[in-house]
Design a protein around this ligand. Structure first.
Ligand SMILES: Nc1ncnc2c1ncn2[C@@H]1O[C@H](COP(=O)(O)OS(=O)(=O)O)[C@@H](OP(=O)(O)O)[C@H]1O
Length: 202
């Protein structure tokens, strides 16, 4: 991590930190004052998104259903990373051994799409920054189906996130989605209790 000078903030983004066993201890040892921002979305949609990303790199991958359940439609396979990563309460419990809840900001992945300026307002407040980014910086790009920046910094052109963000998801049978939804429900409720935030996934 580069050092920050007075008045600067160093930011680092690695999605796997949240689910990496050694990360809380190491980050705490580096700086116990670190502020932690976690973007979470419905774990069922997250698992399908994760699968879509793997599928795009691994044609011929077994179906989502075959990977999500053991022995056909047996128990949910929590050893599959696309499923395991969505057990947010379990991951957070490991972090809370090192950092108090006040060090965390939980950003709703759903609201990041429906109200990007609102979620980024919370991020700016959490980091103690002046609210510079606001509604006027975003527009909804109907082709992409997501909000984009009206102008990228240092350029006069609008800027959307790349092709790997906001991909179409493969169709997953409704029964599979329902089973996973039921599987995640208690973990989601626990996560809402731990964070004091209801993400509305149920
Ligand atoms: N503005 C905007 N444009 C495009 N995509 C957006 C945006 N805001 C949030 N998202 C959501 O970001 C999801 C991809 O992020 P990832 O978590 O895969 O990113 S990362 O690879 O872990 O860095 C991506 O998930 P998928 O839709 O499943 O591709 C989007 O839902």
């Amino acid at each position: 991590m580069p050092r920050s000078l007075e008045g600067q903030i160093t930011m680092e983004k690695t999605p796997s930190y949240f689910v990496t066993r050694e990360a809380p201890r190491r980050i705490h040892a580096m700086s116990p004052d670190t502020k932690l921002i976690v973007v979470v979305r419905n774990p069922v949609t997250r698992a399908i998104s994760d699968y879509a990303q793997t599928l795009s790199k691994t044609p011929g991958l077994p179906s989502f259903r075959a990977l999500a359940f053991r022995r056909g439609l047996g128990p949910v396979d929590t050893a599959w990373s696309a499923v395991r990563i969505g057990l947010y309460a379990q991951h957070l419990a490991r972090w809370l051994r090192y950092f108090p809840l006040s060090r965390f900001l939980f950003v709703s992945g759903e609201r990041l799409v429906s109200d990007p300026a609102g979620e980024l307002g919370r991020v700016q407040d959490f980091l103690g920054l002046k609210r510079v980014v606001s509604d006027k910086h975003f527009y909804f790009n109907a082709t992409k189906g997501f909000p984009c920046l009206k102008k990228a910094q240092g350029s006069g052109r609008p800027r959307c996130l790349g092709k790997s963000k906001g991909r179409p998801h493969p169709r997953v049978p409704e029964a599979v989605v329902q089973r996973l939804r039921a599987f995640y429900r208690p973990f989601n409720l626990k996560f809402y209790q731990m964070t004091g935030q209801d993400f509305g996934w149920d």
